[in-house]
Ligand binder design. Structure first.
Ligand code: ATP
Ligand code: MG
Length: 298
């Protein structure tokens, strides 16, 4: 079983100020994969992924039976970093009844008329379940910070200098509230490089079967790359907490990214004190009677 290996490597320590430029988007940090060529890399990564998916399937069943914790997994990334593919591959083995994915797009008029956490609150995972946020309330300190004109109507004086710091504070408090009530929170920033994004956009233009994936607005956002990196850096630094840590995952190689994400989720869940509910005396008696009744059937 591969446990804890990547959590330390890619987790952002609460209180530590990171700089994104220090985080490699390749896979050189992973010793066991570093020396492999591209074909072997995919093969080896797949073996590790399968092991983790097996663990994840087992532990999810236990999470469901235990019914005390819920798990919230947040994915944030620049376009074409591979959020969708990662979610698809990593959650492949889990029982669909115990897992829900929510993708958050631009807020509706109704959503904008509420506070920024409202729409996310409604989609939180129930106890025993895994909830995945494909984009999240972090968009409200990312895209909205890069494009302040997207901000909701607020009373005069609310958009002062402390505005973003207050939003981080709100997010930390929200996540702390969840953690105190049994939600385990894991946050992943899929760290793709600007060069790799260009390569993937090009593929979407060049390959007819990928044409549908190309979106002109993504290209427009690319022009704000540096502003996005600043916004990500500020958000990660302000909101990587003991109760809701960030992980910065190298995303230039999809296979490696999936392995690391699956490993972190599987090891986090395996560390919880999950147990099957205890069977009471009363229930044992009922089971015994049920068995007798079935045995007596002709
Ligand atoms: P895919 O392109 O793979 O379908 P996606 O997550 O990029 O997935 P899109 O519909 O392309 O989905 O994009 C959603 C857009 O909604 C993103 O550009 C995101 O920044 C934007 N968005 C999310 N939350 C907010 C928000 N609070 N305010 C403004 N824009 C937001
Ligand atoms: Mg998109």
């Amino acid at each position: 079983m591969i446990k804890h290996r990547y959590m330390k490597l890619f987790g952002v320590k609460p209180g530590k100020k990171i700089q994104l430029k220090d985080y490699d988007s390749g896979w050189n940090q992973i010793e066991e994969l570093k020396k492999l060529d591209k074909n072997n890399l995919k093969e080896r990564a797949n073996v590790i992924l399968e092991q983790n998916l097996h663990d994840l399937t087992q532990v999810q069943q236990l999470l469901y039976a235990d019914d005390r914790y819920s798990v919230l997994i947040v994915f944030q990334a620049m376009d074409a970093a591979g959020k969708d593919g990662t979610i698809k591959h990593v959650m492949r083995g889990v029982n669909p009844q115990g897992c829900q994915v929510f993708s958050f797009k631009r807020p509706s008029v109704e959503e904008l008329d509420h506070n920024f956490l409202w729409r996310f609150m409604k989609s939180l995972p129930e106890r025993g379940r895994i909830g995945i946020f494909n984009r999240s309330y972090y968009e409200d300190v990312l895209v909205v910070k890069v494009h302040p004109e997207l901000l909701q109507n607020l009373p005069d004086g609310k958009r002062d200098k402390s505005f973003w710091a207050a939003r981080y504070e709100d997010i930390n408090a929200f996540e702390h509230h969840l953690e105190r009530n049994g939600t385990v929170i894991l946050k992943f920033f899929l760290n793709v490089s600007k060069e790799e994004q260009k390569k993937r956009f090009m593929e979407r233009l060049d390959r007819p079967e990928k044409n549908w994936k190309f979106s002109a607005p993504d290209l427009a956002e690319r022009e704000h790359w540096d502003d996005y990196m600043d916004a990500y850096e500020d958000a990660v630094n302000a909101t990587s907490t003991e109760w809701a840590p960030w992980h910065i995952i190298p995303a230039d190689n999809k296979w490696v990214m999936r392995v690391v994400v699956a490993d972190i989720i599987a090891s986090t869940l395996s560390n919880l004190d999950l147990r099957f509910p205890e069977v009471t005396e009363e229930r044992l008696k009922m089971l015994d009677e049920a068995r007798k009744k079935l045995e007596e059937e002709k």
